[in-house]
Design a protein around this ligand. Structure first.
Ligand SMILES: [Ca+2]
Ligand SMILES: [Ca+2]
Ligand SMILES: [Ca+2]
Length: 117
């Protein structure tokens, strides 16, 4: 009888552990998936402040990228000056008509890379 209760308790503990692990990985996935490309300062909009934020990241030691994926404006898997140039072109010149997904919260990054977000 006692053994039966211990077995049930053990199974419940294992189930609880599995539930917490799976909800944690779902959360990690969500955090890494949802961003807006070009919204480099993560305020919900893509505008001049994002280009300035990226330039500040390159030229000052004081700013950090919260989401590297959002700063990878051309989605080539690397964050560099070209991303700032493309963002400025998209915003002000218009040769770049659109930047790769995600452009809103209901889209995801369609390409694999080693960037963190
Ligand atoms: Ca922004
Ligand atoms: Ca890039
Ligand atoms: Ca990507």
């Amino acid at each position: 009888m006692k053994r039966g209760i211990i077995s049930i308790l053990a199974i419940m503990l294992i189930l609880l552990a599995l539930i917490s692990v799976s909800s944690q990985s779902a959360k990690d996935k969500k955090d890494s998936l949802y961003f807006i490309r070009g919204d480099i300062n993560i305020d919900g909009n893509v505008n001049i402040n994002d280009a300035l934020f990226l330039l500040g990241f390159f030229y000052s030691q004081h700013s950090n990228l919260v989401c590297e994926d959002a700063a990878d404006v051309d989605d080539d898997g690397v964050v560099n000056m070209n991303d700032a140039v493309i963002l400025l072109d998209y915003l002000f010149i218009g040769n770049i008509k659109e930047i790769p997904a995600p452009n809103s919260k209901d889209q995801i990054d369609l390409t694999e890379d080693n960037l963190k977000c």
